[in-house]
Design a protein around this ligand. Structure first.
Ligand SMILES: Nc1ncnc2c1ncn2[C@@H]1O[C@H](COP(=O)(O)OP(=O)(O)OP(=O)(O)O)[C@@H](O)[C@H]1O
Ligand SMILES: [Mg+2]
Length: 314
């Protein structure tokens, strides 16, 4: 036990950058790709060799950096894992004869058959991530995982395969992958959510199922795009005060400014309420990232999210 854990009821979690594998997941559109990119950049700037691995049809991370190539910044690489490419690589390693394997994988009938079969994409994608982790070319791999719903299957497939197959190479590979996913020293799941009703509900379900079923460590939640309080400290009645201002010719009336503040305040209060509910029901500390009105594009904007992202969660 460290001194910190001896003095506080709950020890603060190990820093994200101490992990080998951070799997960013959450409901669609909550900011997974943004968070994965910001974390990757922060880690690279702290001197780590970092890979941001995207799982999905499209490649978004290079565009966030305004780049085409795989090197986004010194020490920071990105890769989109295509399950068919990963399968070709795996089969070629296993049976050799890569051209033959690739020809089979391009075959339409074979593709239709594979598209209809569950699980193999997740397993092969995780297998590729496992392989990258083993190679030791990167200190940290940040996975931009599929949206939840798909996200859970994504992490749970190795366990299902292990429990279904008694022996054989597939079971052995699934075991290796499951061991990596469940190793709390190396791997952590980082859920990203908005402080709103539906994303919070989905995040609570994700955390519960991950704890009960998948066994991946989860030690904090990222609450993204949080509306900060428009009222400065000690001025909770800013809207009322603005409403009393004398009108200025050529500008919208004081009632407009007052309504803007009220609107921002209600957003803030709603976010606050769902942040509290999430913290209470998940019993997890939260890392809160502000809503950035100008949007998050380019290294400068991503850097702006790095400090709160790496701060000790509260
Ligand atoms: N903190 C923030 N402030 C303002 N805008 C944000 C913030 N975080 C993300 N965004 C914007 O929200 C949109 C969705 O973000 P992002 O693409 O990272 O979500 P996602 O979870 O990866 O989505 P998908 O499920 O489609 O992959 C983007 O336009 C992004 O720029
Ligand atoms: Mg995304």
């Amino acid at each position: 036990l460290s001194t910190a854990s001896a003095h506080s009821p709950k020890a603060s979690p190990a820093p994200l950058l101490a992990r080998r594998l951070v799997i960013v997941s959450g409901k669609g559109g909550t900011g997974k790709t943004t968070v994965a990119a910001a974390l990757g950049l922060a880690a690279a700037e702290a001197g780590r060799r970092v890979l941001v691995a995207e799982v999905g049809r499209d490649e978004h991370v290079p565009r966030l950096f305004g780049r085409d190539g795989p090197e986004l910044a010194p020490g920071l690489h990105s890769l989109r894992i295509d399950p068919y490419d990963a399968l070709a690589e795996y089969l070629a390693l296993q049976v050799g004869m890569r051209p033959l394997v690739e020809r089979a994988l391009r075959n339409r009938g074979f593709r239709q058959l594979m598209d209809a079969s569950p699980g193999w994409r997740e397993l092969i994608t995780l297998g590729k991530i496992w392989h990258l982790e083993q190679q030791d070319a990167f200190d940290l791999i940040v996975v931009d995982a599929p949206a939840t719903g798909h996200g859970l299957t994504f992490l749970d497939v190795p366990r299902v395969v292990v429990s279904t197959l008694r022996a054989g190479p597939l079971r052995r590979h699934a075991e290796w992958v499951a061991d990596l996913v469940r190793d709390a020293e190396r791997t952590v799941l980082l859920p990203v959510t908005l402080a709103e009703e539906l994303p919070v509900r989905e995040t609570l379900q994700l955390v519960e199922r991950v704890r009960e079923q998948v066994g991946v460590a989860v030690d904090r939640v990222v609450v993204n795009a949080f509306a900060t309080d428009p009222c400065p400290p000690g001025v909770p009645d800013l809207d009322a005060r603005l409403a009393r201002l004398a009108p200025v010719p050529g500008l919208p009336g004081p009632d407009v400014a007052s309504a803007c503040v009220r609107h921002l305040r209600s957003r803030h209060e709603l976010n606050r309420r769902y942040l509290d509910e999430l913290a209470r029901r998940s019993e997890l500390p939260a890392v809160v990232l502000p809503f950035v009105a100008e949007g998050v594009r380019g290294p400068e904007a991503l850097r702006g999210l790095a400090t709160p992202l790496l701060a000790e969660p509260t």
